[in-house]
Design a protein around this ligand. Structure first.
Ligand code: UD1
Length: 379
């Protein structure tokens, strides 16, 4: 009989791709999702893209009774349900901790206190944001793990990082691929809750001998990103700006970099973690191993959407808690699970742009930015 997988947050961007892949591979899939209005709109309709062969149960991860019902006969749980928005988590502190930390706690509490359940594996979505800044190299000191850039430095609009030991006596630090052994210094409430989720799942599952994997997703992009959600990732925000004939707004100088991993590769990584046991009880980076600047993302999206004439804006602003560079060292996931990213940035942006053109996203960036400004979180 087919294994049954519960995907919490399965109606969302990453979740829906995981669901499609699992259904395609013959799993029986249950989606548990609250169709949160920020992602799915005020009407909270199930999205059109939702896989018809998966069962949808609408509910909140903090609702113990509902979670218990969903878990009946489930073999594997992929826990993706979470409040997602780094900036927003800094003024909706309680809400983020409640949904992310208590949601995960509820799920675990039900699983370990219910002898009738038969969950054999749990995959939890963690995030590169748990690292804070990435790993760097100082020309004099070698490998260093700097904390966030000092506020005074950012006010001088000096964007690159200096060595935490020798400061300006050495040239700015060079980013290195960030591996899982890098200490985690979460720089937002969102990131703290992601680290909590990861640790709660790994420690509880270790004690109960339930294989578990925490997957540290890097900057996931692709079709079905919630384009009208201004609290989401930069690729979606820039696409929405361009489709509304407005310029992308670039923070800092645009040379900050991230590791953009295509959502289909993330789904692939989740499937491997379900099928194989080599990564059980560990945390894994899920990225591509390549750093791309934010300016490059803006340029490529403008080209792909046929909006090259729209030049990005550089208001010389900075978002509190933003890091400068972080890209993944993916040796561990390659070695343990045989993971290999398949969709490169060019192809991924082409797929995103083709899909985005068929949407009519509403640009709410000004609203999100003014919320950050009101809270003194951008300057
Ligand atoms: C993002 C996600 C985080 C996820 C992580 C890893 C959000 C808000 N953040 O964090 O949940 O865990 O990836 O997948 O969803 N930028 C601009 N202009 C904009 C928006 C962003 O210049 O309009 C810049 C930011 O200042 C930053 C970079 O783009 O330097 C990336 O921002 P963002 O997409 O929010 O990603 P992360 O903060 O890396």
């Amino acid at each position: 009989m087919a294994e049954k997988v519960l995907v919490t947050g399965g109606a969302g961007f990453i979740g829906s791709h995981v669901v499609d892949l699992l259904v395609e591979r013959g799993y029986s899939v249950v989606i548990y999702d609250n169709l949160t209005p920020q992602v799915h709109g005020e009407a909270q309709h199930p999205p059109d893209y939702l896989n018809k062969d998966a069962e949808l149960i609408i509910g909140d991860v903090r609702d113990r009774e509902a979670v218990e019902k969903c878990l009946k006969d489930v073999d594997v749980v992929v826990h993706l349900a979470a409040a997602v928005g780094v900036g927003q988590s800094m003024y909706m502190v309680r809400e983020y901790v409640d949904v992310n930390a208590l949601g995960t706690a509820t799920l675990l509490d039900v699983i370990v206190n219910n002898p009738r359940l038969r969950v054999r594996k749990i995959i939890v979505a963690s995030s590169m944001s748990t690292y804070g800044e990435g790993k760097y190299e100082c020309a004099k000191c070698g490998v260093v793990y700097p904390r966030l850039r000092p506020y005074e430095q950012l006010q001088r609009r000096e964007w690159e990082l200096y060595c935490p030991r020798c400061g300006k006596n050495s040239p700015p630090l060079s980013p290195l691929p960030t591996d899982e052994e890098k200490p985690q210094f979460p720089a937002s409430v969102y990131a703290v809750t992601k680290r909590d989720q990861e640790e709660m799942v790994l420690s509880t599952c270790w004690s109960y001998k339930i294989p578990a994997v925490a997957m540290r997703f890097f900057n996931v992009f692709g079709h079905r990103q919630a384009l009208s959600n201004p609290y989401t990732g930069v690729a979606a925000i820039f696409s929405t700006r361009l489709l509304n004939n407005k310029p992308p707004v670039i923070f800092e100088d645009g040379r900050q970099s991230r590791d953009f991993v295509h959502v289909s590769d993330v789904a692939q990584a989740v499937l491997l973690a379900i099928q194989r046991s080599e990564a059980d009880f560990t945390a894994l980076n899920v990225g591509t191993g390549r750093a791309v600047s934010i300016l490059e993302i803006a340029k490529r999206l403008a080209e792909a959407l046929g909006k090259q004439e729209i030049r990005p804006l550089f208001p010389q602003k900075f978002r509190a808690g933003d890091i400068r560079h972080c890209f993944a060292d993916i040796s561990r996931i390659k070695t343990l699970l045989g993971f290999e990213p398949k969709v490169d940035l060019t192809k991924g942006i082409e797929i995103l742009a083709d899909w985005a053109r068929s949407q009519q996203p509403e640009d709410r960036l000004e609203q999100a930015t003014s919320e950050l400004e009101q809270h003194g979180l951008t300057f």
